[in-house]
Design a protein around this ligand. Structure first.
Ligand SMILES: Nc1ncnc2c1ncn2[C@@H]1O[C@H](COP(=O)(O)OP(=O)(O)O)[C@@H](O)[C@H]1O
Ligand SMILES: [Mg+2]
Length: 252
């Protein structure tokens, strides 16, 4: 019996390692693709600048303006690369969870307030349905904050203008359930199984890197929980997180 369990464990472990390799391959391909686009633009603009500077003694006003435009483009693309690498570092920095006692409702409220200022300007209401009886949660505060903020910002982006984001907490069994729902654009069924993949995004380059949900998924998994989505195009989305009251202490 004991032997059998050990083999199961080994198989699981090998399976996980293989899955990790696939994920790393996908990630590397994604990074290469994401960085290549800005690099191609930077090169093209730099060539244009060189070309214009060939006759630098006789540059006309229009050409000087074009130079300025090109440099502006280069800066934008460099910023985009910086954003990608910053997100990637977050993604790669898979530190072991640091478990501490948390008041979950307060943690969520802090994040809701961060998003609320901008949401108000766009007439997006944030509706709170916190369970006042929720016992203390033993989990990793900073990582949970990051997850909640990512989900709230996605909800805000999905609503755009005029709508609502509803945040619910409740105890269930030996854990807690957090639901973040929005009245936004929803997710077409063909995208539902892609949204947790690194670099999957439907947003324009300046708005999204497609790393948010894959980071959330990794964090929640390491905290011993699960994150799921229910959504239909045009019908809003509902993200549900389940976490045990006590997150397991294990290495990433
Ligand atoms: N609340 C939501 N409503 C509709 N679509 C969403 C929502 N959250 C995430 N998505 C979809 O999942 C994609 C991936 O999200 P994410 O990983 O956070 O990356 P990003 O926000 O940078 O695009 C988004 O581009 C969007 O298409
Ligand atoms: Mg996002």
């Amino acid at each position: 019996m004991k032997q059998g369990h050990q083999e199961d464990w080994l198989l699981d472990d090998r399976f996980l390692q293989a899955q990790k390799l696939v994920a790393i391959g996908e990630l590397a391909a994604g990074v290469a693709h994401e960085i290549n686009n800005p690099l191609a633009i930077i090169r093209q603009e730099a060539e244009l600048i060189l070309y214009l500077l060939k006759d630098r003694e006789t540059l006309v006003r229009e050409e000087i303006l074009t130079l300025g435009d090109s440099l502006h483009h280069i800066i934008l693309e460099v910023d985009r690369c910086t954003e990608i690498t910053r997100n990637l570092l977050d993604f790669a920095r898979k530190r072991d969870p640091v478990i501490q006692g948390l008041e979950l409702n307060k943690l969520i409220e802090d994040m809701a307030r961060l998003v609320e200022k901008e949401a108000r300007l766009k007439n997006i209401a944030i509706i709170r349905r916190y369970d006042p009886e929720l016992p203390m949660l033993f989990s990793d505060g900073p990582q949970l904050r990051q997850v909640i903020l990512n989900l709230l910002m996605n909800a805000r982006d999905a609503v755009g203008q005029d709508g609502a984001i509803t945040v619910t907490t409740r105890g269930e069994g030996d854990g807690v359930v957090i639901v973040i729902e929005d009245t936004g654009c929803g997710i077409p069924s063909e995208n539902l199984d892609k949204i947790f993949h690194p670099f999957f995004t439907t947003k324009p380059p300046a708005k999204g890197t497609g790393l948010g949900l894959s980071i959330c998924h990794g964090i929640i998994q390491r905290l011993g929980g699960s994150i799921t989505v229910a959504s239909q195009a045009g019908q809003g989305s509902r993200f549900t997180i389940r976490l045990p009251f006590l997150s397991p202490i294990r290495s990433a």
